[in-house]
Ligand binder design. Structure first.
Ligand SMILES: [Zn+2]
Ligand SMILES: [Zn+2]
Length: 288
């Protein structure tokens, strides 16, 4: 764990909308549209293709996944983490040609969260808008992660691809009692404190405050502590996430690039194209 900077919980952590009103007096969240990298990747660069929130709707996508070296999915690949859904997703991953495929879970992957799979009373689980049978089936799956054989599954963990450090975390501030929900404030900060400083690409399911987190209801859903940790301690080159479907797109604060890669829109239709970027290889690293 990196403890070079000690962050504490922000006083406005429970009210991200108000927090952003204050933050935006001293920092910006600028929407950008960098040119989409096309053609062959330069020898000293790696092409990364990002998606998120496909929610078992991949068969409805009206576009192909762009080619690249690394594929990243930032969670919510199912509707509720059902076994069939996970198997279908894994089979689809197997068709992608990217050398490395990185996946994290989101709040919809109930079967990936021990809080659900170890639930003693199935009736305590909220219906979450789905049939109880679907939920029941999903949370009774054991070792569901073993079905993700065609990717590197990250959960509070890191992997290295072409010398690039990529870290993944499924947690988000509480939202309707779904998977990987934790209270805002110290609980969230404790999870972000697990992330080492100086990584190249951070993948979380949750957006940070101020970037890709503005909901259609007018509130900001992002995590205050995630933004503060990312800007002041972790300092990745890129931060990839999803979760807030309507926040799809790319923003920057002038230093870090924030990518909300939500494929599905608010109606859960997979209309948003994957987001692609090229990142320089670490010095001395060759792409073999
Ligand atoms: Zn989603
Ligand atoms: Zn989500």
């Amino acid at each position: 764990m990196s403890t070079d900077i000690d962050l504490s919980v922000h006083p406005l952590t429970q009210d991200p909308t108000k927090a952003w009103e204050k933050f935006k007096q001293t920092q910006k969240s600028i929407k950008i549209q960098p040119p989409i990298p096309k053609g062959p990747v330069a020898d000293d660069k790696v092409r990364i293709v990002c998606m998120s929130d496909t929610h078992s709707k991949i068969s409805l996508m009206k576009f192909d996944v762009p080619l690249g070296d690394i594929f990243i999915h930032a969670g919510d690949f199912t509707s509720c983490g059902g076994l069939e859904e996970v198997i279908d997703f894994n089979n689809w991953l197997g068709t992608l040609p990217h050398k490395y495929k990185i996946v994290i879970a989101g709040n919809h992957e109930l079967s990936f969260d021990p809080t659900f799979t170890q639930h003693t009373n199935i009736n305590d689980i909220p219906t979450l808008g789905f049939e109880q049978d679907l939920i029941k089936n999903a949370v009774q799956q054991k070792n569901i992660k073993n079905y993700l054989t065609n990717c590197i599954y990250l959960e509070d963990s890191m992997t290295e691809c072409f010398g690039l450090k990529i870290y993944g975390s499924p947690w988000q501030p509480e939202y309707g009692g779904w998977a990987f929900n934790i209270p805002r404030g110290q609980s969230c900060l404790d999870k972000w404190n697990l992330i080492p400083a100086g990584i190249d690409v951070l993948v979380t399911h949750s957006p940070p405050l101020g970037h890709g987190d503005d909901c259609c209801s007018g509130v900001r859903a992002g995590c205050v502590e995630l933004l503060l940790s990312v800007q002041n301690r972790i300092k990745p080159k890129y931060h990839v996430f999803g979760h807030v479907h309507e926040g799809y797109g790319i923003t920057t604060d002038g230093k870090i690039i924030y990518i909300n890669a939500s494929s599905c829109d608010l109606r859960y239709l997979p209309v948003n194209h994957p987001i692609v970027f090229d990142i320089a290889l670490p010095k001395g690293q060759e792409k073999k």
